[in-house]
Design a protein around this ligand. Structure first.
Ligand SMILES: Nc1ncnc2c1ncn2[C@@H]1O[C@H](COP(=O)(O)OP(=O)(O)OP(=O)(O)O)[C@@H](O)[C@H]1O
Length: 322
């Protein structure tokens, strides 16, 4: 069950936004749609929500074919990056809105709103207006409002995108904990690989209107299916004829069997990390190799700019042939 997407295509004029999308999103999971800007993530989310229609294909939510069902009858909760709250209504009224238009009994609405405000830790702000909340608090209110109708699916489009880095981080942790409490099938769009790796149970990498890979954060990081996935999930460099992560390279000052050797031509310290550039002596390799080591590793190996070093993949390193 969960969400079943089959053969979905979407064009905007001549532009192909989504191409042959087949995807199963498991019930009760927290799934990230991850990819670069313009790749089609939001379009896919909007098709699931019913805010956009696909040109072909079907969408099933919890076993029901919703392809032709209008958004308001799909029982989905939706949160956007810039949440459009009712400015003249209190936080409690905003959260109650979906229940009021469904004409639920007053006592039930009150109980549910109290419960939800407690869940998103906004109970003390129930009587404030949205303008009197911080950006992070407003997004928590948006989540409470989306959850009020007990949706079968919660869809979040870059919900923390407009917030500063520290608040984003807090809300990420908080979303993970919230999901562990309520278990509603949740799909969120992000272009931030760290956000997806940290929060999601499952990640769908979307690029150029197509799915590149679906897997757990570990699957994607350890077994990237393509050069695109490898490079999108973290920095990469070329070592010989392979793409590899800069911290997956073993560096030695002693001559050893190596893929590349050469002098350290650049040394940049960033906090506890040191980023090195090694310029290969082999003229076949024209690009410098990026290598990341910790400060303590650099000290233990007695590394300095200008030293000649030998590089090879560390044991267990993932790499992809270029
Ligand atoms: N209504 C529309 N009319 C025309 N083109 C559109 C429309 N909506 C989206 N697009 C185009 O479709 C492509 C995919 O857009 P989409 O918003 O799904 O990407 P995205 O991966 O979510 O990126 P972002 O993170 O920037 O929103 C983009 O090139 C966008 O310009």
């Amino acid at each position: 069950m969960g969400i079943e997407i089959s053969g979905v295509n979407k064009n905007f004029g001549d532009f192909v936004a989504l191409r042959d999308i087949d995807l199963t999103i498991p019930s009760g999971g927290l799934t990230a749609l991850l990819g670069p800007s313009g790749g089609g993530k939001s379009t896919l989310l909007r098709i699931i929500a019913g805010l956009e229609t696909s040109d072909s294909g079907t969408v099933e939510i919890e076993g029901q074919d919703t392809t032709r069902v209008p958004a308001q009858r799909r029982n989905v909760g939706f949160v956007f990056q810039h949440y459009a709250a009712f400015k003249h209504m209190t936080v409690a009224k905003n959260v109650a809105f979906g229940l009021e238009i469904r004409k639920r009994p007053k006592a039930e609405i009150k109980r549910r709103v109290d419960e939800l405000l407690e869940l998103v830790h906004l109970e003390q702000f129930a009587h404030r207006l949205p303008a009197q909340l911080s950006g992070g608090q407003r997004q928590r209110m948006a989540l409470a409002r989306a959850l009020a109708i007990e949706p079968s699916v919660l869809l979040l489009d870059e919900p923390f995108g407009a917030l500063d880095a520290k608040v984003r981080k807090e809300l990420r942790d908080w979303l993970r904990r919230l999901h562990d409490e309520v278990h509603v099938t949740t799909v969120f769009v992000t272009h931030d690989q760290e956000e997806a790796l940290e929060v999601a149970d499952s990640i769908v990498v979307i690029n150029d209107g197509q799915i590149e890979q679906v897997g757990t954060p570990d699957d994607l990081y350890d077994k990237p299916a393509s050069e695109f996935v490898l490079s999108f999930l973290g920095p990469v460099t070329t070592l010989g004829d392979k793409l590899i992560r800069p911290h997956d390279i073993e560096i030695s000052r002693l001559e050893q069997a190596a893929v590349v050797d050469g002098p350290i031509t650049r040394w940049t310290r960033i906090g506890f990390e040191i980023r090195l550039e090694v310029t290969p002596t082999d003229p076949r390799y024209t690009e410098p190799v990026q290598v990341t080591v910790t400060r303590s590793e650099a000290t233990a190996l007695d590394l300095h700019q200008g030293d000649h070093v030998w590089l090879r993949p560390s044991v267990g390193a993932q790499s992809i042939a270029t």
